[in-house]
Ligand binder design. Structure first.
Ligand SMILES: CC(C)(COP(=O)(O)OP(=O)(O)OC[C@H]1O[C@@H](n2cnc3c(N)ncnc32)[C@H](O)[C@@H]1OP(=O)(O)O)[C@@H](O)C(=O)NCCC(=O)NCCS
Length: 291
């Protein structure tokens, strides 16, 4: 580890530099097909995410500084007693020198009194090693992706656009999130939508947030509702679009079924790491940013 390394909380003034380090660390893992076309839009959305978490969870957001430059970022959140790890990255020039472990430690400690914890991991060996050796158990995942075959989409779907100003829609979202992971997403939904995503709701049964027909978050009280929501997300994809659904854990075969009917291809993803009480994690497609 570099001698001059400083681990400290992320401050509002750090948002731009921290976002840049997160992108430098994580962008090599993004498939080319899913790289945002417009870098300015991508950067603005990523800053919104970092800034939002700095506001809601200042005690969970940490950076590492070497030579006065931010070289690593670790962002954690707590929602209704469940800890989630949102972002973890070390600038590629500094990998494998203990900096990730050093910045992970306080973000993890932030959740020490939580009843459960969730991490959506990359397949990076250092990330998986850190999570597996800090009290989390591994749940294998798959993702599905490809060019949507619209002939697979059924008629008569019941999900409809949702509205966060509508009390019933908000209640549906909170109930579904509490059912699948034991904690509402209420604090994060506005930030999700502000990043250019859309909300679909199946009243009383579940909700999905998606970007151009790819789900970013889906939670429901039953599999039939989750299936309707995922079909509806895919139906919202622009013609000819490539879509993907990530971090599909065991117990979410409904998502695999829907994806295969649209001729998306399965591949390995994740894994997800959990500890403590995190609910059934189904029917659920977790959010990369907000779990
Ligand atoms: C994952 C990441 C944040 C880890 O940070 P890092 O500073 O490189 O990791 P560290 O040096 O602290 O190493 C963490 C552990 O993994 C081990 N490790 C490091 N590099 C490794 C590698 N390439 N293969 C296997 N193990 C490795 C270390 O020995 C250490 O374990 P130990 O303390 O038990 O000996 C960083 O590599 C990164 O930004 N990767 C790309 C983005 C990413 O995948 N982020 C995670 C998102 S969930």
């Amino acid at each position: 580890m570099p001698d001059e390394l400083v681990i400290r909380q992320l401050l509002p003034a750090d948002v731009d530099a921290a976002e840049a380090v997160g992108w430098a660390a994580l962008s090599p893992l993004w498939p080319d097909d899913f790289r945002p076309a417009d870098d300015d839009v991508r950067r603005a959305r990523a800053r919104l995410r970092v800034g939002h978490l700095q506001q809601t969870d200042p005690g969970g957001c940490w950076v590492a500084e070497a030579g006065g430059e931010i070289v690593a970022i670790a962002l954690a959140l707590i929602r209704e007693g469940v800890w989630g790890f949102s972002l973890f990255g070390v600038h590629p020039e500094h990998h494998g020198r203990g900096i990730g472990s050093a910045v992970y430690a306080p973000a993890l400690a932030y959740g020490k009194d939580c009843r459960g914890g969730i991490i959506l991991s990359s397949e990076h060996p250092a990330a998986m090693r850190r999570y597996a050796t800090s009290g989390f158990s591994l749940r294998p995942c798959v993702s599905t992706a490809g060019m949507l075959e619209r002939r697979g989409l059924p008629a008569g779907l019941q999900s409809r656009p949702g509205d966060l100003l509508d009390e019933e829609d908000r209640a549906t979202c909170a109930a579904a999130s509490r059912f699948v992971r034991g904690a509402s997403h209420e604090q994060d939904l506005e930030a999700c939508l502000a990043a250019g995503r859309d909300l679909l709701v199946l009243p009383g049964r579940g909700f999905a947030i998606h970007q151009d027909g790819s789900p970013s978050l889906l939670a429901a009280l039953d599999e039939e509702a989750a299936t309707d929501l995922l079909w509806s997300v895919f139906a919202a994809a622009p013609a000819g679009a490539t879509v993907h659904a990530d971090f599909i854990t065991a117990g979410n075969d409904w998502a695999i079924d829907v994806s295969l009917r649209c001729r998306l291809a399965l591949s390995a993803d994740g894994p997800v790491f959990v500890r403590g009480d995190v609910g059934p994690m189904a029917p659920y497609l977790p959010s990369g940013a907000y779990l």
